[in-house]
Design a binder for this molecule. Structure first.
Ligand code: SF4
Length: 222
């Protein structure tokens, strides 16, 4: 089976089991951008705790730009690596102001995925995953953030070669997965990775993707 057909089949099976998803904007793009910086190397609980404390302490991004890195670090301490993140948030917001004239990313709406990704990743501290999160969740653009679950699952299923880097994984998956399925695929792969295809002991015996999975086929034959 070619890879596009396989990806389509996996997408349908995930939807049948977990449901179809439609893009629902959680935050304004600039908020989502800061949130993804806070999410680096931490879990969702600590990320949201830091974000809520940040918004409570400094309700506007303009205020965040005025405070020192030390004070900002105190507000986001629960997210871990707070000194690095404080520096990164201030640098990113300053760069947006410099380029756009205001703290607003709505101009990305009109750009292609490629242009918008290039614009975002040219900001200090913004990598392809962060850019993909902002573009997918805030603008519904067909780009796929590769977190640890999407990466692991893609390798086990055989959607990408085993040695593929995260950055290359994003490129390959975006070429393979049907565009109208990308949002559901991202959401459902993360769910499947958390609940069934776990990192240490995948629950293959109860997995509905067995027949599409290279890892399962190899381990049951050998
Ligand atoms: S069969 Fe096993 S390795 Fe394959 S996707 Fe399911 S849980 Fe993961």
């Amino acid at each position: 089976m070619n890879l596009k057909r396989k990806a389509n089949l996996i997408c349908k099976r995930l939807i049948n089991n977990y449901g179809d998803k439609i893009v629902e904007r959680r935050f304004e793009p600039i908020d989502e951008l800061v949130l993804t910086i806070l999410s680096q190397n931490t879990n969702d609980v600590n990320m949201f705790r830091a974000y809520e404390n940040l918004k409570k302490t400094y309700p506007t991004w303009e205020e965040v730009l005025q405070v020192s890195e030390e004070d900002l670090g105190v507000a986001i301490k629960s997210s871990g690596f707070f000194r690095v993140k404080a520096k990164r948030i201030k640098a990113t917001l300053s760069e947006v102001i410099k380029r756009v004239g205001k703290l607003d990313l709505s101009h990305l709406e009109e750009m292609s995925v490629k242009e918008a990704t290039e614009w975002l990743t040219s900001l200090h501290g913004v990598g392809p995953k962060t850019a993909a999160i902002v573009l997918l969740f805030c603008f519904g653009k067909a780009t796929l953030p590769v977190d640890t679950h999407v990466w692991r699952l893609s390798k086990r299923l055989g959607l990408i070669p085993k040695e593929t880097t995260r950055e290359k994984t994003q490129i390959l998956l975006e070429e393979t997965i049907p565009k109208n399925c990308i949002y559901s695929m991202n959401y459902n792969m993360v769910k499947h990775g958390r609940e069934i295809c776990k990192a240490i002991k995948p629950l293959c015996e109860v997995c509905f993707l067995q027949t599409s999975c290279d890892f399962f086929q190899k381990t049951t034959i050998s």
